[in-house]
Design a protein around this ligand. Structure first.
Ligand SMILES: Nc1nc2c(ncn2[C@@H]2O[C@H](COP(=O)(O)OP(=O)(O)OP(=O)(O)O)[C@@H](O)[C@H]2O)c(=O)[nH]1
Ligand SMILES: [Mg+2]
Length: 468
């Protein structure tokens, strides 16, 4: 991908399969020239940037005079420097047959195009300074977004909101580093270039901004990947019934037989702009049945991966001793669902709440939800409580990191910044302070792609699909 800038590339940009239209993208110095060869009608027109043209794609290899018409298409033209990739780009919208789209790509290749590699259009946009690496990653996030919140966050990243924060860090760190390096240069002449107190203040301010970005990843991950919720509890308490209600789907088998669910069953659902992945699990109990034993093992493992565990009681016959043991083995945040409440009176509910709070002081009023596996209204109450339990997921007001790469590198930058602050506060040599700061700065520059690194490029662009 790296040395192909001189070549003109093409690919189908719409998903495989049949659709109303398919779009073929062509980018590079010869984009229009090659397209004119397969759409001779374009040669008679004056082609202007950001205009569309109706024309025919012709296959001249068939022997038919003037070539056989492959399809009637609409061609959009973007001049060099005025497109997403920064190069000359032609987009051909044809009828959405897989055969037709592939035929057009074949014709483009026969006339001099190269097939694009995964993410090569976005890579070119990056290489031509149209976007930085943070924005390139946001393109992928936006394509992959499956809910309102993740799409919103990705669009904001694409618009450069997060990049601006990293650029500010880059510029502030550069200022500090420049002054420290100057003080090293002038140290023999006894000139104080920067007051250490000012420098400490400045670095601490950078630290505040950088930590905010690092901690935004927790929310970012939940927004992008969804919130993972696991239903846990004794057999027959109504976990599978609740899964079906939460996912609004008949996913899991429900029977009055204890031990019905043997494996982890997952369903996803969108609620309030967020994506929830909900796992139903085998009821927890000591058993001699080999299959069930494996199932119980899996339940516990699944609970370990949860953002929130929903521990389900059968409200009509709670087993406090077992619940206490089972709950003590859960390390994730827990909400208690008291199920089958359609069978409970008001006073029984109040008593239940009291006993639960005696069981552990951990369970506040808002952590206990009375549900019924027979009542779809339980869904809203439980999913709202899950969101509250997770805490603030503010997708509009803050710059949010959603990429693991950006998170790892920001954390490294923060560690190095802390190391330099420690050196500074201990009044150690300026060389050490500068060394750590340089490392921190490099990490920020790598995030933005301001220093070129083969491995990073591979990591970012290998996840893209062809045609993007
Ligand atoms: N009355 C009433 N019955 C319920 C409720 N929830 C579930 N049930 C019934 O309780 C029985 C067990 O429900 P399941 O959803 O299979 O329970 P489970 O916890 O998944 O059970 P295992 O898979 O064995 O662990 C079924 O007969 C359900 O119809 C509820 O809220 N009220
Ligand atoms: Mg079940």
């Amino acid at each position: 991908m790296r040395n192909r800038g001189e070549q003109t590339i093409c690919a189908i940009s719409t998903p495989p399969g049949v659709g109303g239209v398919a779009v073929i993208r062509v980018s590079g110095p010869q984009a229009l020239l090659i397209c004119k060869k397969i759409a001779p009608g374009l040669t008679q027109k004056e082609i202007k940037s950001h205009q569309i043209y109706f024309t025919k794609i012709k296959d001249t290899a068939t022997g038919i005079s003037g070539g056989e018409t492959v399809d009637e298409v609409v061609v959009s033209y973007f001049a060099n420097g005025k497109s997403f990739t920064g190069e000359e780009v032609v987009e051909i919208s044809c009828h959405g047959s897989e055969y037709v789209a592939e035929k057009i790509v074949d014709l483009l290749v026969d006339n001099g195009c190269k097939l694009a590699e995964k993410g090569e259009f976005t890579y070119r946009a990056f290489m031509n300074n149209k976007i930085d690496l943070v924005q390139a990653e946001s393109v992928l996030s936006l394509i992959q977004s499956q809910n309102q919140a993740s799409a919103r966050v990705a669009v904001r990243q694409l618009q450069g909101y997060v990049s601006k924060q990293f650029e500010k860090l880059e510029s502030d760190l550069t200022w500090c580093l420049a002054h420290i390096e100057a003080s090293i240069d002038f140290s023999t002449e006894g000139i104080d270039v920067v007051d250490p107190v000012v420098l400490i203040q400045k670095l601490k301010a950078i630290r505040v901004d950088l930590s905010a970005l690092v901690s935004s990843y927790r929310s970012g991950r939940l927004v992008k990947d969804g919130i993972k919720v696991v239903l846990l509890g004794k057999p027959n308490v109504g976990k599978s019934s609740l899964l079906n209600i939460f996912s609004q789907d008949d996913k899991a088998i429900v029977t009055p037989v204890a031990g019905t669910t043997r494996d982890v069953i997952q369903a996803t659902t969108l609620f309030d702009g967020f994506r929830f992945t909900i796992s139903d699990t085998a009821g927890l109990r000591a058993t001699e049945d080999l299959v069930e034993k494996i199932g119980v093992d899996r339940s516990q493992k699944e609970a370990g991966k949860a953002d929130v565990v929903l521990y389900v009681f059968d409200g009509t016959e709670p087993d406090w001793q077992i619940a206490k043991t089972q709950l003590s083995e859960v390390n994730s945040p827990v909400l208690i669902l008291v199920n089958k409440t359609d069978l409970l009176s008001e006073s029984q509910r109040a008593e239940f709440r009291k006993k639960l709070q005696n069981l552990s002081a951990n369970y506040q009023e808002q952590d206990i939800i009375f549900t019924s596996g027979l009542d779809p209204k339980s869904r809203d109450r439980v999913l709202t409580s899950v969101k509250t339990k997770i805490g603030q997921l503010n997708v509009l007001d803050e710059a949010m990191i959603t990429s693991a790469r950006q998170y790892e590198m920001s954390r490294h930058a923060l560690e190095m910044l802390d190391a330099s602050l420690q050196e500074l506060e201990k009044n150690m040599g300026a060389e050490f302070i500068a060394m750590y700061l340089k490392d921190s700065l490099m990490s920020i520059q790598r995030i933005l792609g301001h220093v070129f690194d083969d491995q990073i490029m591979d990591r970012v662009f290998k996840e893209f699909c062809i045609g993007k």
